[in-house]
Design a protein around this ligand. Structure first.
Ligand code: ARG
Length: 597
């Protein structure tokens, strides 16, 4: 459906033209004085300069042309030259009914030029447990993916595992010390390798930090790890077989953890999958004259004249010929372009990697790995801080495992749900239900707490605030949805079907009802804008406004007790639409609402 703001602008533009002024002055915006009007046009102020007359004279003439227009209930020109507009009640109701008829998309059209978009997010490193530092990429990336998909694009989410660096060599080195008898270390061996991995996930998670600690104290150990990394990268069979085991064990554990976050990836590729493309890529960069040796390392210049800060060359290979983070990122683009040919690649990564991505993106464009028209987007996110304003840590000062964080929030939420239930007779659920509900609400608390901030900003992970049922929180949004669901099920209990009320919305009967309606009609514009700006926080701001509008409508009106059947039907339709819009939004954000809470 055409966005309401565009429909209004269209009418106002027409009026400007009819009154003899240029169409460019007819742009309408949301009112910034909601106490006075709903929409406004400030065009007369600008037009006054061109037409050399007082702005209010222009506004007056335009207002005259809008008289009797059935889109508006009020058109007022106010000094010095504003046009204040209020929407006609029936017109508004009609728009909402049309939204409701479009059950699937609720009036939000798909983009007119759908394309293939790849989202690179998650970015965990294998053999290391997920910690809180991985939370933001997963949460933001998942919603960016869902939003782009909702807008009609083909979207592929890729986890881009960190599985090609020194950490692999460290694990191999430590394993070799502990289990030298394993066939993977026998260079002469040329048979098949066992299918069973020679370690469990908990062993693996212990091996890595041990090895990492040792390498910091012992240069020989580090040297051995580097050598092992080099041999792995150069295709030593036994090491490749070990890598496969490490990947299998890690990935199945990671999948479980991401599932708890309601995060899923279409591709489980990693840095190591880029390896087959490295040699050709490097050769081409050399042949084309882009890559040259500098202090033994192979680099590509990426600085540009307009740079205000220094952008160092992009390093392609280390002096020993080993590949780096850059190398795999570039070679990953090679297969991404070849296999999927996306028109846009979005990287959801810690904003401290911004300079790095500037180098990589420029290098990819310059060397032709990615065509110039492909949109490379770095969505850098800020740090998740504790209440003290410093990066979030455990009480002991260590990095917190994501699993523990989730568990502790689930437990807190469980207590809250049980506490809440005590005060209400009409809620009945058993312990198992309570656990499931707690998980669902806890996830909303975490995700909303993150997503409601602009991604690039640091934010305070304030769990006490996030889990609150009041204020700008995930649980508050869910509580609102649950409230609507409960009214609808009471309505249904009278042997009726709320869905039958759909598209029977009437013009508003009260200010709070109209405010709710005015909020609902923004849905398509909000989604489109959030998509264009890759900004899920805009959806959060919208649903918070919508939830507030609904709750004030709810407190000011009798719904089920409404005696006029037609009005009651209209209310139920409005409730349904509010619920559907809220649920569509939270689905795009990556969480869901329970039936009760
Ligand atoms: N594994 C990386 C890290 O822990 C994040 C990966 C981000 N994605 C990418 N294509 N580089 O920092």
């Amino acid at each position: 459906m055409v966005k309401i703001i565009d429909l209004i602008s269209e009418e106002v533009v027409k009026a400007f033209v009819e009154a003899g002024y240029d169409s460019k002055y007819g742009k309408v915006t949301l009112s910034n004085r909601p106490d006075l009007c709903e929409y406004q046009c400030n065009g007369a102020m600008a037009a006054a300069k061109e037409y050399h007359c007082a702005p209010f004279m222009i506004a007056d003439k335009v207002a005259e042309k809008l008289e009797g227009n059935n889109m508006f209930s009020e058109v007022e020109s106010v000094k010095p030259g504003f046009l204040n507009l209020k929407l006609n009640n029936d017109y508004l109701a009609d728009y909402l009914n049309k939204m409701q008829q479009d059950e699937e998309r609720l009036g939000c059209d798909k983009v007119s030029n759908p394309s293939t978009i790849m989202v690179d997010y998650g970015g965990p490193n294998v053999a290391k447990p997920l910690h809180v530092g991985h939370l933001r990429s997963a949460v933001i990336g998942e919603s960016v993916k869902r939003l782009a998909r909702f807008m009609g694009n083909t979207v592929i989410g890729d986890v881009h595992l960190g599985d090609w660096g020194l950490q692999m060599g460290l694990i191999i080195t430590e394993l070799k010390l502990r289990k030298p008898e394993l066939v993977y270390f026998d260079e002469a061996y040329n048979g098949e390798y066992p299918t069973e991995p020679p370690f469990t996930i908990s062993e693996l998670e212990e091996i890595y930090p041990t090895a990492s600690g040792k390498s910091k104290e012992n240069p020989e150990y580090k040297e051995a790890a580097m050598q092992a990394t080099f041999e792995l990268q150069n295709g030593r069979r036994g090491y490749r077989a070990l890598l496969k085991h490490i990947l299998d064990v890690s990935v199945s554990d990671l999948k479980k953890n991401y599932e708890k976050l309601n995060v899923s990836f279409d591709l489980w590729k990693g840095e190591s999958d880029a390896q087959p493309y490295i040699a050709d890529m490097v050769k081409k960069m050399k042949d084309d004259g882009f890559a040259y040796l500098s202090d033994g390392a192979l680099v590509v210049d990426v600085k540009e004249e307009t740079d205000t800060k220094e952008v160092p060359p992009c390093m392609i290979l280390k002096s020993d010929g080993a590949s780096l983070y850059n190398t795999t990122d570039l070679a990953t683009m090679v297969w991404r372009m070849k296999d999927y040919n996306p028109s846009k690649l979005i990287y959801v990564v810690d904003k401290r990697q911004e300079l790095y991505f500037t180098q990589v993106f420029r290098c990819a464009k310059k060397t032709g790995i990615v065509p110039s028209e492909t949109d490379l987007k770095f969505l850098g996110f800020g740090t998740m801080n504790g209440k003290d304003g410093k990066p979030f840590k455990t009480r002991e000062g260590g990095v917190m495992r994501l699993e523990y964080l989730l568990k502790s929030i689930n437990d807190q939420m469980y207590n809250k749900i049980i506490e809440n239930k005590k005060n209400k007779e009409d809620i009945d659920f058993n312990e198992d239900d309570a656990k499931k509900i707690a998980q669902e609400v806890a996830l909303a608390a975490i995700k909303y707490g993150d997503l409601s901030n602009q991604a690039s900003k640091d934010y305070i992970f304030d769990i006490d605030r996030f889990i609150s049922f009041e204020g700008n929180t995930g649980p508050y949004i869910l509580y609102t949805i649950v409230r609507i669901k409960s009214i609808l099920s009471k309505y249904n209990a009278e042997n009726k079907n709320a869905r039958d009320c759909a598209s029977n919305i009437m013009g508003a009967h009260s200010k709070s009802e109209k405010d709710l309606m005015l909020s609902l009609i923004k849905f398509n514009a909000v989604m489109e804008n959030a998509y264009e700006e890759v900004a899920p926080h805009k959806i959060c701001a919208f649903i918070y406004e919508l939830a507030n509008a609904f709750n004030s409508f709810y407190h000011n009106n009798k719904i089920l007790a409404e005696e006029d059947e037609k009005i009651k039907t209209s209310y139920i339709a409005l409730l349904l639409l509010t619920k559907d819009v809220l649920e569509k939004c939270i689905d795009v954000l990556g969480f869901s609402a329970p039936e009760r809470m």
